[in-house]
Write a new protein. Structure first.
Length: 150
């Protein structure tokens, strides 16, 4: 292999991006769209319905959980529509349920089989520290390459 070949970045075929409404996740989504476009890769947009944030009555109500899942699906469709508007032609959405980091690593990655995971990471104190720990978990335990965007 000559020097020019070794300097070319890897092209990815399927990119998984975790999204929510935080600024870092929005940045990760924009990066993932741009990378998918340049690599002509499939973009899979995922989010996780966090059942920990529900009280016991909500968690036991199938109508409530189903409604929340439908709301999340509709929200992900807006991300998909945006990705298609910027020129991506192969865009999918996936919803998981549970702890975000663990669900993405143990359930979504094996099902989707991406070759790159893009996530945002906040590294502040308080509640935001929790989200940073999700990115750290995914970086540590993911069986694929992880791009953490801040």
């Amino acid at each position: 292999m000559d020097d020019t070949q070794s300097m070319n970045p890897k092209k990815f075929k399927r990119i998984l991006v975790g999204v929510d409404d935080s600024p870092d996740a929005q940045l990760a989504f924009r990066y993932a769209m741009n990378r998918a476009k340049s690599d002509q890769a499939q973009l899979v947009i995922c989010s996780v319905l966090e059942s920990d944030n529900m009280n016991i009555y909500q968690a036991l109500s199938k109508d409530y959980v189903h409604g929340k899942r439908d709301d999340l699906y509709d929200h992900l469709q807006r991300y998909k529509n945006l990705a298609e508007r910027v020129g991506l032609t192969d865009v999918k959405v996936v919803i998981g349920e549970g702890d975000p980091g663990e669900t993405i690593v143990k359930s979504i990655i094996p099902a989707v089989k991406p070759d790159l995971l893009v996530v945002g990471s906040l590294s502040k104190g308080g509640v935001r520290k929790y989200f940073g720990s999700q990115a750290a978990y995914m970086a540590k335990y993911s069986p694929i390459s992880v791009m953490i965007v801040r």
